[in-house]
Design a protein around this ligand. Structure first.
Ligand code: KE4
Length: 427
């Protein structure tokens, strides 16, 4: 399984693009390896520049839930491209996708499309600040919502203190407007609001955190956030960029029986093309330009080609039995991994929700970021490299989720479990 071509492409790319990648996690630095340059993908497989093929559980970090190069999506895209790729004007396709998203997520009475998850969360936060007239926001350590300045902020010295930039370039003056609470700890949220009862515009939380690995909310946590927001007049933003359409044909928030004030989307609703979205009650959304004072815009927002990919992807997902199939495959893989780990006495736990999952090299499923950090990262890196050598492509970081698609088969799961067994040997 040579990687000569990928390595030479990487040498060329690093002269032109920082790290040779257009998004840092693709650099494989967290797993002590060199990135593969992928040249094509189909179904559940990706093929690298050296013609090595892998069963893919990254799925472009979530969007490819119906599989790569899905024929129905591809045919619709080809037809759409023949009509031109972008007009900078409203199109019927935006109405079609808006209807589908709103129908799937009743918390959304109206929606605005953008071109990435970052734009969705950044815009939702600006809208929350605009509507409430409050400047501060509250997020959770370990949750990732894209790279907008207000969200690249880590906890200050104490969990209830104001935030510190987690990246150079983020102004301290802005970072201090962001609080970080402890995920799955309502007390840490209440404590912050008690100190600042009228200054926090919103809480933003992942529908199912996948950016510290999959760390589900404990019973009552999400309902508790909604209650705190109501009590203090803040908005609840549920960031479903990753979890949207992964647990059901809708949002993870619907499985907690809560109605967020705003929901952010991305990934799956673009079917592999650049789409993000945010939406909520009409009374809030109408505060957005041009109907309201809160400005937000985008040259390629609602792009007709991207809308087409999203429409076709959701059409496939909406068919009866699709989630049953997705969950059956996910359950077969994750229970198989757990069984092999037990047989080979590898201290680990597999956490799954819907069609997203993570293998943690720690005895107990983590409930927050501090606990995630106790997992054995070196072991994960070794496991990743071994799985790759056995033709299985999982997320190149212990702090990420892996994803199942409708294109995976029972045979793929069996092959993957064989690779797991080999990778666990004397790990
Ligand atoms: P994008 O701007 O990358 O489209 O979306 C940002 C974002 C927002 N919210 C959540 C919950 C997300 O998971 C993301 C992006 N996810 C990462 C993977 N953990 C994208 C991969 C990357 O950064 O290259």
């Amino acid at each position: 399984m040579g990687t000569k071509k990928s390595q030479s492409l990487l040498r060329e790319a690093t002269k032109l693009i920082p790290g040779g990648v257009n998004s840092p996690v693709r650099a494989f630095s967290a797993v002590g390896s060199k990135p593969l340059f992928i040249k094509k993908a189909s179904g559940a497989r990706v093929t690298d520049a050296d013609n090595n093929t892998y069963i893919d559980y990254v799925g472009s970090w979530g969007p490819m839930i119906v599989g790569h190069a899905n024929p129905k999506v591809g045919a619709a895209l080809k037809r759409a491209i023949d009509r031109g790729t972008s007009y900078g004007a409203p199109t019927e396709s935006e109405i079609t996708l808006a209807k589908m998203v709103i129908e799937a997520m009743p918390a959304m009475e109206m929606v605005r499309f953008v071109s990435s998850g970052t734009e969705a969360t950044m815009s939702a936060i600006r809208l929350a600040r605009g509507v409430t007239g409050r400047d501060r926001i509250l997020k959770f350590e370990g949750c990732y919502h894209g790279h907008a300045d207000s969200l690249l902020v880590k906890a200050g010295s104490g969990a209830a203190t104001l935030g510190m930039p987690s990246s150079p370039g983020v102004p301290k003056s802005l970072a201090k407007e962001t609080y970080n609470a402890i995920y799955n700890d309502l007390g840490s949220v209440e404590k912050i609001f008690k100190k600042d009862p009228k200054g926090i515009s919103c809480i933003i939380v992942e529908g199912i955190p996948g950016n510290m690995g999959v760390v589900p909310p404990v019973e009552g946590f999400m309902k508790g956030l909604k209650k705190i927001c109501k009590k203090y007049g803040a908005l609840l933003i549920v960031d479903e960029v990753m979890s949207g359409f992964r647990l059901c044909y809708g949002g993870a928030h619907q499985t907690y029986d809560i109605v967020p004030d705003l929901v952010c989307l991305g990934k799956v609703i673009g079917g592999g093309l650049p789409v993000g979205a945010f939406g909520g009650r009409a009374s809030i959304m109408k505060q957005l330009s041009p109907t309201g004072p809160v400005y937000q815009a985008g040259t390629l927002s609602g792009n007709p080609i991207a809308m087409t990919a999203g429409i076709e992807t959701l059409k496939i997902l909406a068919k009866r039995g699709q989630y049953k199939k997705l969950f059956k495959l996910t359950d077969a893989l994750t229970s198989g991994i757990a069984e092999i780990a037990a047989r080979r006495s590898v201290e680990s736990c597999v956490v799954k929700r819907g069609s997203m999952f993570t293998l943690f090299f720690t005895a107990e499923p983590p409930q927050n970021f501090t606990e995630v950090c106790k997992a054995d990262l070196k072991k994960f890196a070794k496991y990743f490299r071994r799985m790759l050598s056995h033709g299985i492509y999982i997320a190149p970081s212990a702090f990420e989720a892996s994803f199942m698609s409708l294109a995976h088969t029972d045979k793929d799961i069996a092959k993957t479990l064989e690779a797991v067994d080999k990778s666990f040997t004397r790990l």
